[in-house]
Design a protein around this ligand. Sequence first.
Ligand code: GCB
Length: 636
Amino acid sequence: MKNTFINSLLAVMLTFLFVTPSLADDFNEPYIPAIALYPQQNAVRNRLDLSGIWNFQLDPKDEGEKNGWFNGLPEPQSIAVPGSWNDQLDQQHNYLGCSWYETETFVPSTWKDSEIGLRIGSAVYFAKVWINGQPLGQHEGGHLPFAFAITNKVKWGEKNRITIMVENKLSPDRVPGNVAGGALASQNYPNANYDFFPYSGLHRAVWLYSVPKSAHLIDITLTTNFQDTEGIIHAKVRKHGKATSGTVVVKGKDGKQVSAPIRFNGDETEVDIHIPQVKLWSPESPYLYDVTVELGNAAKPIDSYTLQTGIRTIEVKGDDILLNGKPIIIRGFGKHEDFPIYGRGVAQPVMVKDFSLMKWLGANAFRTSHYPYDESVYAEADKQGILIIDEMPSVGLVFYDDQKDIDRRRKVCDKMLQEMITRDKNHPSVIMWCVANEPSPKTLGSNVLTGTNDAAAEENRIAKEFLGGLVRQAKQLDPTRLATFVGVMGGPADWMECCDLITINRYYGWYTNIGNFPMAERYFSGELDKLHNDLHKPIVVTEFGADAIAGHHANEDEMFSEEYQQKMINAYLDIANTKPYVKGMMIWAFADFRTSQALMRVRGMNLKGVFTQDRRPKMAAWLLKKRWVDDKNGDY
Ligand code: GCB
């Protein structure tokens, strides 16, 4: 927010209308359950990573489709996939429009008797896909995968051309987008209504994969529980094809295994597997079991898929967040997928580094602000015992513009929520679904200035229906995890009644009460008490912090100095320690990150990282290490 509100004071209200590409009949919407099982290589399944250098061409005149670019790009340049397109080539950093990607590949002849799929990890924001010039499908929304069956379209013994048109225009009916009247949207360049750079393109790996034709697994949902020393994994299995039976095998690291037969009467079945002397999953002991589901005869299965999962429970009781029945304290960050040149493209060395830095300073959690991250991040968090608040890309929602746009955004959110939960539901690290970041009332700017948090009656009604609907949908799709949205400073408190807990971002001392620490602390402390009194739920502060230019020092309270940032973080953590109902403190942000250009974003960067963009610690990082590792006393 904050610069949401500051900019709203300056805002020139502009309406940005872009037409969403039409749903042509021959372009199918992907089948969401097809993304449930990440492509896996094993004895019966195959996969081929299409990462590498692809052909690429910008299409600023939107002429590619008309001119049949899916039959071959006329003047391609080279581009790396995965990776954002913005900084790989000159003159397209701020580009908003259509771009075309193209690659060619043989499909291994050994896959001839299999079903074959094409899975695209993330295309920001809208994609149309062709194979060998034939339309395959389309997908709206970045940061989430989509897949198409291509079995009948493959050419054997010759190369297949895969063409993906990616289009990233910002419009009020997209999520996230450029909300008409959204304050950031009218001030930023490019004019996204959110505070991170609108990096675009194919951000994650593109896979070809094969699954057995006669029968294969489509979806596996694991939920876990325990009683005394016995663990219980409930497996819900969906398959396609002729198999009528199979097995679920659960194997611990010690090699001990338990299995249960499954029998299908239709395409779905469920089973409980009981694990004696269970080792529960927790940040202190992130124990993982291999869960293998096999179709057909165990000696020679038709299909097989292995998931790694942990057995744990998560719930809110009174003012506590309980993991495996025991209260936990969340210490962590909001992050971004962001690195020079890669943009938002998968940068695994950076991911590995980030985990080691989180461990170095004693963090146990992060939020995937403001969109779901690459799948490898969740697998690593499972292994390392880091808790995740998994957030969908619905940042900057408002409820006061054109009802048609609001309705369309709701539809997109519903779909994204389904996709996110389908993709991430088996990760023990994911303890909470976050359905939106900082949905805002129209009066946000004045609310923040006057210390109020009202909204007009009709806006309240729409917002509660929208946000409550999403939270309820998350709970319905996955009753085993917590669900919330992150509230903005100046946002109505009663919007949060639908949430399992209160998750809020606060910036007293940065966007308000600048330099006035006593006042900022009083407001922060007072508001925490009020929210808790009104809503009676535990509170996790999902964002607080200050920009600091690395290397800039001051011996008085001076914004942008490392000292100011450190002092602010220290003060917030001290206050949290006095509030027994505060169950989590997450600093904004883990590392400096790229934003649109704006008055408040020098060099187009948000500098609230406790690490620089290239992961060097600022003073605040050392402070956290001292508090969370060296002085470790159970406090923040
Ligand atoms: C927020 C937003 C985050 C911004 C941050 C800031 O509340 O959730 O996206 O980057 O404030 O630094 O202004």
